[in-house]
Design a protein around this ligand. Structure first.
Ligand SMILES: CSC[C@H]1O[C@H](OP(=O)(O)O)[C@H](O)[C@@H]1O
Ligand SMILES: Nc1ncnc2[nH]cnc12
Length: 291
């Protein structure tokens, strides 16, 4: 058993979390630069928790410039074991209506201007993202959302677009035809990096709009999104408050293997590894690199 620490990454409209005991904002430095903001740490229901606003307080970072690697490294460095990502999204399904939550379980990655791996020349690794979210943590989030009275859908494919502009009607129709259920701009490469860092990762997407495919809803309107987000932020916090009791202070090894993702992933021979690259990976991959 290891100690649980919950990390919540708050998306658009979720820049604070309430109810943490001994709460303090901490600046964390990482080999990948500074995270999006200081990280709020404390305990909730006896379980340590860390909260990081993805875009920074005051919404400073665009989806492209969010320092995804620093964010995941910083959470891991603090001892986080389970990352719950909360995001706003557009919906491609009539029944996933604004105000509903979706526990995402698959991704289509259309981002093209972001660093997507901690590894590279000097230390090469290949992890599987066939199942990019953690089934155990996702189930816990689903239960917490249901208990909080939130209308929540169990499963959905999130199309991650580069943005920052919203999709054209033709793109929106194409993504729908591809089988995507929701669309956002931030869950990739976040989910990839969480897997490389051996963190359990669950994604809760809050539906704010019908993107631009829906004949009755027209184009995405940021004013409408903000209005829906404001209503949803309280639901996001309610969901987070339900997590500590359900996860408990101690955790058994992840049944999906998230916490062992690097067991056979690193291909570079030990004598060929670049010491500087290995040093940068200390927090993310220290478990396997230190042996
Ligand atoms: C506020 S609309 C567009 C913006 O909202 C989403 O952010 P996040 O995923 O952090 O909640 C979306 O991905 C865009 O970045
Ligand atoms: N329609 C949409 N497309 C991309 N990101 C979003 N975030 C919220 N709504 C969105």
């Amino acid at each position: 058993m290891t100690a649980t620490m919950i990390g919540v990454i708050g998306g658009s409209g979720l820049y604070q979390i309430d109810g943490l005991e001994d709460a303090r904002w901490q600046a964390i430095d990482t080999p990948w630069g500074a995270p999006s903001d200081e990280i709020l740490t404390g305990t909730l229901g006896g379980v340590p928790m860390a909260f990081l606003p993805r875009h920074g307080r005051g919404h400073v970072h665009s989806p492209t410039t969010v320092p995804y690697r620093a964010n995941i490294d910083a959470l891991k460095r603090l001892g986080v074991t389970d990352v719950v990502s909360v995001s706003a999204c557009g919906s491609f399904r009539e029944e996933y209506a604004p105000g509903h939550f979706v526990v995402v379980d698959q991704f289509i990655d259309r981002t093209n201007a972001r660093e997507r791996s901690f590894f590279g020349t000097g230390c090469v690794a290949h992890v599987s993202i066939a199942h990019p979210t953690c089934a155990r943590l996702s189930r816990t989030c689903l239960n917490a959302a249901q208990a909080a009275g939130i209308t929540v859908h169990d499963g959905g494919t999130y199309l991650a677009m580069e943005g920052p502009q919203f999709s054209s009607v033709a793109e929106s129709r194409m993504f729908r035809a591809w089988g995507a259920d929701v669309i956002g701009m931030t869950n990739m490469p976040e989910a990839r990096l969480a897997r490389e860092a051996e963190l359990c990762y669950a994604s809760i997407a809050m539906v704010t709009d019908y993107d631009s495919w829906h004949p009755d809803h027209g184009a995405v309107d940021i004013t409408d999104i903000i209005a829906t987000l404001t209503g949803n932020a309280g639901k996001g916090r309610a969901l987070a408050r339900g997590l500590p009791d359900r996860l408990g202070p101690d955790r058994a090894p992840c049944p999906c293997g998230c916490d062992r993702a690097l067991d056979h992933a690193i291909l570079t021979a030990p004598e060929k590894r670049d010491p500087d690259v290995v040093a940068r990976l200390d927090s993310v991959a220290g478990r396997v690199l230190r042996g």
